[in-house]
Design a protein around this ligand. Structure first.
Ligand SMILES: Nc1ncnc2c1ncn2[C@@H]1O[C@H](COP(=O)(O)OP(=O)(O)OP(=O)(O)O)[C@@H](O)[C@H]1O
Length: 314
C-alpha cells in the first residue's frame, strides 16, 4: 500500500535519508526505529509530503504521491506527533473535529464523529469535550491527538513518537489500544519510536535505521533471532534479546498437555507471554506452572525446561 523506492532526502549538503526502499502492506503496522537523528521523522514526513523527497519514488496504492492533490493525500493520512500539536485555545471537541471541519462536513456529522472517537479512545464526553489542552494530563492529550488523527477516517496513520512523553503504564495501555484499534479499523500504520520495547511490541514489520539508511527490516522475531550485524544486535538489546523474544511468545506455544502429575500450584493464562511466565517462576520459586484458559480452567502445564526451549521434559 505504501512503497518507498530508493528514496533520498538532502537538506543542503547533508543527507538525512539515504536511498531507502520499504513497502508497507495494507493493514500492517510498520515501526521505524533507530538512534536519534537517523532519519525516522523525515521518512514519515515524506510520506504525507510535509517534507518533499529529493530522489526516488513514493507510491500510495501504486500511484506516485506527487500525482495526488495535497488535500486528498492528507485526507487519506492521519498524523499524530509526540507534542500532540493541539491548538491551545480550542476545546478538545474542536481540536478533534479539525479535519472534518476543513473538509466541510455538516455540523451534526462532525459532532457525531467527535463523540464516536472520544468513546473509542476512552475520553468521557461530559468530562473532556469542553476542556482545553492545558487542562489535560499528558496521556489524555495524546489520546486527543490520536483521536484527531483518526477523525476523517483515514486509511493510513502516521505516528511520530505519539506516546513519547508518557509513563510506562499509560504507554503500555495506549500501545494495547492502538493494536486493538488497528485490528478493528484495519488501518495501515507507520509508527516512529526510539524505544525498542515499544517497537517490538507493536510491529508487524520492523525497520531499523542508522545514519539515514535501513540496516535491516522484517518481522520482529526474525530480527531478534538473526540480526544483520553487530549494530542491529546491540540496538535490539544484545544479550537481553532472550527476554525480548520471550515477551513476544505466548505461553501456549511452549506448554505441554496436562500430564498425570498433580497440578502445579501457580497458574498462568495461556495468552500470557513466556517472559511473564519466567518472571512468575522466579518470583514464586516454581519450576512448573499450570496453564489456564480464559475461564481459569487448566489446559496444560509449563516447565522451566520447556520455557527455556529444552525440547523434552525428561
Ligand atoms: N529541516 C531540516 N533542515 C536540515 N536538517 C534537517 C531538517 N530536518 C531534519 N534534519 C536533519 O536530518 C537528520 C534526520 O533527522 P530526523 O528528524 O529525521 O531524525 P530522527 O531519526 O527522527 O531523530 P529523533 O529520534 O532524534 O527525532 C538529522 O541529522 C537532522 O538534523
Amino acid at each position: 500500500m505504501i512503497d518507498l523506492i530508493h528514496v533520498t532526502k538532502h537538506f543542503g549538503d547533508a543527507v538525512a535519508v539515504d536511498d531507502i526502499s520499504l513497502s508497507v502492506a495494507r493493514g500492517e503496522l510498520c515501526v521505524l526505529v533507530g538512534t536519534s537523528g537517523c532519519g525516522k521523522s523525515t521518512t514519515l514526513r515524506m510520506i504525507n509530503r510535509l517534507i518533499e523527497h529529493s530522489e526516488g519514488e513514493i507510491h500510495i496504492d501504486g500511484q506516485q504521491i506527487r500525482e495526488f492533490r495535497e488535500e486528498s493525500l492528507r485526507r487519506r493520512m492521519g498524523y499524530a506527533i509526540q507534542s500532540t500539536g493541539l491548538f491551545p485555545h480550542w476545546t478538545v471537541a474542536r481540536n478533534i473535529g479539525l479535519v472534518p471541519r476543513l473538509l466541510k462536513w455538516p455540523a451534526a456529522r462532525i459532532q457525531a464523529r467527535v463523540e464516536e472517537l472520544m468513546a473509542l479512545l476512552g475520553l468521557d464526553l461530559e468530562e473532556f469535550a469542553d476542556k482545553y489542552p492545558h487542562q489535560l494530563s499528558g496521556g489524555q492529550a495524546q489520546r486527543v491527538g490520536v483521536a484527531r488523527a483518526l477523525a476523517a477516517d483515514p486509511d493510513i496513520l502516521l505516528m511520530d513518537e505519539p506516546f513519547g512523553a508518557l509513563d510506562p503504564l499509560t504507554r503500555e495501555g495506549l500501545q494495547e489500544e492502538l493494536r486493538e484499534l488497528q485490528g478493528r479499523l484495519e488501518k495501515t500504520i507507520v509508527f516512529v519510536t526510539h524505544d525498542m520495547d515499544e517497537a517490538l511490541r507493536l510491529a508487524d514489520h520492523l525497520v531499523v535505521m542508522h545514519q539515514g539508511r535501513i540496516k535491516q527490516q522484517g518481522r520482529p522475531l526474525e530480527l531478534l533471532r538473526e540480526p544483520a550485524d553487530a549494530f542491529v544486535e546491540s540496538l535490539l538489546g544484545g544479550e537481553g534479546r532472550g527476554l525480548k523474544e520471550a515477551a513476544l511468545l505466548p505461553v501456549s506455544q511452549r506448554m505441554l498437555p496436562l500430564g498425570p502429575r498433580l497440578l502445579a500450584r501457580e497458574r498462568i493464562g495461556q495468552q500470557a507471554s513466556l517472559r511473564e511466565a519466567l518472571s512468575l517462576m522466579l518470583w514464586r520459586h516454581a519450576e512448573r506452572l499450570t496453564v489456564v484458559d480464559d475461564d481459569d480452567l487448566p489446559v496444560g502445564e509449563l516447565s522451566l525446561r520447556r520455557l527455556v526451549g529444552v525440547r523434552s521434559d525428561d
